[in-house]
Ligand binder design. Sequence first.
Ligand SMILES: NC(=O)C1=CN([C@@H]2O[C@H](COP(=O)(O)OP(=O)(O)OC[C@H]3O[C@@H](n4cnc5c(N)ncnc54)[C@H](O)[C@@H]3O)[C@@H](O)[C@H]2O)C=CC1
Ligand SMILES: O=C(O)CCC(=O)C(=O)O
Length: 453
Amino acid sequence: MNDLNPTLQPVFDEILARNPGETEFHQAARELLDSLGPVVARHPEYTDAAIIRRVCEPERQIIFRVPWVDDAGQVQLNRGFRVEFNSALGPYKGGLRFHPSVYLGIVKFLGFEQIFKNALTGMPIGGGKGGSDFDPKGRSDAEVMRFCQSFMTELYRHIGEYTDVPAGDIGVGGREIGYLFGQYKRITNRYESGVLTGKGIGWGGSLVRTEATGYGTVYFANEILKARGSSFEGKTVIVSGSGNVAIYAAEKAAALGASVVACSDSSGYVVDEKGLDLDLLKEVKEVRRERLSSYAEARESARFVAAASAPGTSVWDVPCDIALPCATQNELDGDHALALVRNGCTVVAEGANMPCTPAAVKVLTEAGVAFAPGKAANAGGVATSALEMQQNASRDSWSFAHTEERLEDIMVGIHARCLETAETYGAPGNYVAGANIAGFIRVADAMLALGVI
Ligand SMILES: NC(=O)C1=CN([C@@H]2O[C@H](COP(=O)(O)OP(=O)(O)OC[C@H]3O[C@@H](n4cnc5c(N)ncnc54)[C@H](O)[C@@H]3O)[C@@H](O)[C@H]2O)C=CC1
Ligand SMILES: O=C(O)CCC(=O)C(=O)O
């Protein structure tokens, strides 16, 4: 790890002391602070007003009990979280994650990333994130519904169109948003469409929201390629994960002429040299909610590599020109990055939040691989959520083509803002510095204007 700027070291020491054991939050905060040296040198007003210390402390953290009854009549118990991190730019905005690994440190890292990602979109949204250690895997629809209803029975008092607007993340898709919205409506007796995003198209959702994070990541990667005189045409692409972000990243990359030859889930990975059959992948993952091995069983050109039977190998061993990590945090480490570099990969764009470890980012950057951090590359999802909020507020509903055009413009704008800011602050071509500094400055200026609150 590099030494931090002397003004920032005490801030990081304070984060470590105040948030013990929250390693993912420490990692995300450190990554931001690593970029802010040139900012504190140029803007003493931020230090004078303790902006950096304040932005690292959530405005509010809510932790609650979520009891529910399973299909066998047994009472189950989970823990719910909502971290309302920063509302300088607008209502808290960010997804809910249902996964057994969820604890406060994960929710805080995600909420922290969300502040700067949302700022980068240029839209009026603050940063927050939530979730639960509930594991939807293997649960019936009725169990998921009862869990969601119990979760919302506490969450409803903390959220609202002008306060905090949750959406989906790992383990939370259209089905869960439906159950959560239904319970919110029942408890409050209000059809408040703007309280959640990722809603179904028939009841206040926006076209393109389902596709937006994956499509947006590919639009961002496409801008990187264009800046290097290249394109997706004829390129070999791998994605990790096979959920919402991965599927639609693969779809857009294929639409731009790439061959997407591999994807993964937590049980292993699939290699399909003929290019992934995305209809089959959607059927397996979105409809049947099965493991990836079912994909390989149904497709002759595909082979499945089970994680348990092949320790030490991963989807990152599959040769590619472009890698899109779209599964989860810290899924791509230094050794995986070395494998990508050895195999000739030239672009890595994060569809997931913080999927690359700091060691991986170092390897990629030193090898000259263009690296796009999640807070820039995957901002298309939350940006389209903000478009959903706009449609809800104006009681309108836009066409797919119009909404996708808005999404593409936003991603092109974020890419340009990252490059310009990196150049201005002495790190030309560095998307990490550009994204961190541009996102931070927008939030910091708003916080300065709003006073000490
Ligand atoms: N859904 C959205 O709009 C956005 C999601 N993200 C991020 O994208 C990532 C994926 O989210 P979604 O696609 O929405 O979730 P999802 O629940 O639809 O899919 C998650 C995928 O990751 C895989 N996965 C989880 N843990 C894994 C592991 N340890 N190893 C290999 N695969 C693993 C799962 O099997 C699944 O295929 C997360 O980091 C999320 O925070 C970021 C921006 C917006
Ligand atoms: O659309 C949203 O509000 C949530 C998106 C999200 O959770 C993310 O960007 O990580």
